[in-house]
Design a protein around this ligand. Structure first.
Ligand code: NAD
Length: 239
């Protein structure tokens, strides 16, 4: 990335940074010479993470584990909430619905609440991960849609509440990004065609496409931006 976002030596935590969009964000911060810690939900994902990354295991359903992880930081400037799951077709089962909401929404809140004291000291910021399904309903994914609608409202609410601590809270709302989470859709020719037909920029996004706007939101260039939900979607939302 040719642009210098002034993030050298910033201490950055990317929750869900072992895969997909989170891994792309972590790599982008590392290129900016930030000090980055990534987390993944399983030992396998942690071991498979980019070998240059400081990768830790964290299940965001476990509030105690979230607190212990964050207690290990002396300083924290930027927190990225990028952990998320989808259970396409299974989320009408209330147990599956609850699990998706617990990870995507409650997990984000657990991380924000635990990180707040350290972010207050650094006058840092949070970037959450919303979705197109923060705006639209999803008949096959009611839990995912509810969680992402919630992430949007959580972001706005914490932006107001944490402003008194000098902490900015924003979110990106990625469109259709090629990652393991969307592999089934990428493999479904008909569905992939529908997505591309509605996306004015006519391609699937990449984790790097989402990472650059996250760097911006975390940088001093965005110092007067809080509570914003930034679509990064090739125009899908307006088409
Ligand atoms: P991914 O499957 O590649 O990565 C998901 C990450 O979340 C992994 O690091 C995984 O370890 C972590 N994770 C899963 N369950 C967890 C748990 N219980 N506790 C802690 N971490 C857990 O998916 P992705 O596509 O990179 O998605 C990242 C985020 O972006 C998610 O919040 C997802 O909803 C969101 N998103 C993705 C797309 C897309 O098109 N891929 C679009 C909009 C939003």
């Amino acid at each position: 990335m040719a642009i210098d976002f002034g993030l050298d030596e910033k201490s950055v935590l990317v929750v869900g940074g072992t895969s997909g969009i989170g891994a792309g964000i972590a790599a982008a911060f590392a290129e900016q010479r930030a000090r980055v810690v990534v987390t993944g939900a399983t030992v396998r994902e942690v071991e498979a993470a980019d070998s240059s990354a400081d990768a830790r295991m964290l299940d965001v359903r476990d509030g105690g584990a979230v607190e212990r992880l964050i207690a290990g930081f002396d300083k924290l400037d930027v927190v990225i909430n990028c952990a998320g799951i989808i259970r396409r077709g299974a989320e009408h089962d209330p147990a599956a619905f609850a699990e998706v909401v617990d990870i995507n929404l409650n997990g984000s809140m657990r991380v924000c609440a635990s990180a707040r004291p350290l972010l207050r000291q650094s006058r840092g910021c949070i970037v959450n991960t919303a979705s197109m399904l923060s705006y639209f309903g999803g008949g096959l994914v009611p839990g995912y849609s509810a969680s992402k609608g919630g992430v949007m409202q959580l972001t706005k609410s914490l932006a107001i509440a944490y402003a008194e601590d000098g902490i900015r809270v924003n979110a990106v709302a990625p469109g259709w990004i090629a990652t393991p989470l969307t592999q089934a859709l990428q493999d479904d020719e008909g569905r992939s065609r529908q997505i591309l037909d509605r996306t004015p920029l006519r391609r699937w996004g990449t984790p790097a496409d989402v990472a650059a706007p996250v760097l911006f939101l975390a940088s001093d260039a965005a110092r007067f931006i809080t509570g914003a939900i930034l679509p990064v979607d090739g125009g899908y939302l307006v088409a």
